[in-house]
Ligand binder design. Structure first.
Ligand SMILES: [Zn+2]
Length: 364
């Protein structure tokens, strides 16, 4: 796994071996695959190394991820036996006690004060998680929390069976997870809902899509720190609840995303709901006009919307974009052409631009 300076995993996730090959490796407990992928078991919500002695699940029940982080975001927790979070053997006891505490109640956030009551120095925890797992302790907690709440969206199935089938300790635990993220329980919502959500797997990690009857309102990587805030903003603005469920715009954007990543789509047609301040709307509308395979500088963008010199405000509006990839804020670069900040992580921005350049000529 390659992590960049921000501790985000790099393009390793593009290089998963074929599924059949991984499943064979799993059955053979082939050590040469250790570190190449982790395997998650849907029936238990646990993920393992390929070599884990604990289980030999049916192929229909497994899914593969290139990093532990991806498995966490998909709602799985690490196997205690094979310790798939760790390349260097079992973690120290104090770290294991932290993991245990989180698993007892994955939905609550542990603060520095909580760590101190466990006799753990918060600074040490931060350093350890960053160095060993490439993410902060807060990011780990977030991944578990989000993963649990969001994993329901992968199926869109009725709450009652799936929460139990997915290994939530109780249905109420799942409801709580969902409530904290979306502000309403799925059951209550179904009566008065006005937005639907679904999960979209992409080669760059899982994304969450939310739409109403007018179009897609949010499309964002689930590991993005901003996402919880973006969901809260959305709920406030539209004064409604969000539920997993069918929505034609979600099906459409899912299909278009698949084609985009396959290199066969350059222009998204799914209706979008751009809802922001007039300035934000101007920036986002201009972003939509940047052709696939091309980039624009912040200062040029500011000029184009009649706000010369407002690069910083443009940058902020870019960061507030709730529709990742389809409103292509990744196509904005510095005046000298170099890359700079991207909410989803620099490595994703780089990947997207390279992907678009390499497919720019292929489709008319
Ligand atoms: Zn295991």
């Amino acid at each position: 796994m390659v992590a960049d300076a921000e501790g985000r995993y790099g393009l390793g996730m593009m290089m998963l071996p074929p599924v059949d090959e991984m499943y064979e490796a799993l059955l053979a407990r082939d050590r040469t695959y250790d570190g190449l992928f982790v395997v998650a078991v849907k029936t238990t919500s646990i993920f393992c190394r390929p070599t884990c002695p604990a289980r030999k699940p049916k192929q229909a029940n497994v899914e593969f991820f290139s990093t532990a982080r991806d498995a966490l975001h998909a709602g799985y927790r690490a196997c205690k036996r094979c310790q798939p979070m760790d390349d260097a053997g079992a973690p120290p006891r104090w770290v294991q006690s932290l993991f245990d505490a989180i698993e007892q109640d994955p939905q609550s956030r542990r603060t520095d004060a909580d760590l101190r009551t466990m006799d753990i120095d918060p600074a040490r925890a931060r350093r350890f998680f960053k160095q060993r797992y490439g993410m902060t302790f807060q990011a780990y907690q977030r991944a578990r929390r989000m993963g649990q709440a969001l994993s329901e969206l992968r199926t869109g199935a009725p709450v009652t069976q799936t929460s139990l089938r997915n290994g939530y300790e109780s249905e109420s635990g799942f409801r709580e997870a969902f409530t904290r993220l979306f502000g309403d329980t799925p059951m209550q919502s179904s009566a008065l809902h006005c937005m639907q959500a679904r999960w979209i797997d992409t080669p760059l990690g899982a994304m969450l899509a939310i739409a109403n009857s007018n179009g897609v309102c949010l499309l964002e990587f689930v590991d993005r720190r901003m996402i919880e805030r973006q969901i809260a903003i959305l709920r406030r603005r539209f004064k409604c609840t969000i539920v997993p469920g069918p929505n034609a715009h979600l099906e459409s954007i899912k299909a278009e995303m698949d084609s985009y990543f396959a290199g066969s789509l350059q222009l998204f047609q799914t209706p979008l709901v751009l809802d922001g301040t007039p300035f934000q709307q101007n920036v986002w509308e201009r972003l939509l006009q940047i052709p696939h395979g091309e980039t624009l500088s912040y200062s040029q963008l500011a000029d184009d919307i009649g706000r010369a010199g407002a690069q910083r405000a443009v940058g902020r509006a870019n960061g507030d974009n709730r529709l990742g990839i389809v409103v292509p804020c990744h196509r904005v670069v510095r005046s000298d052409g170099t890359l700079c900040g991207y909410g989803g992580g620099m490595w994703r921005k780089k990947w997207l631009l390279e992907h678009e350049t390499s497919h720019a000529a292929a489709v008319s």
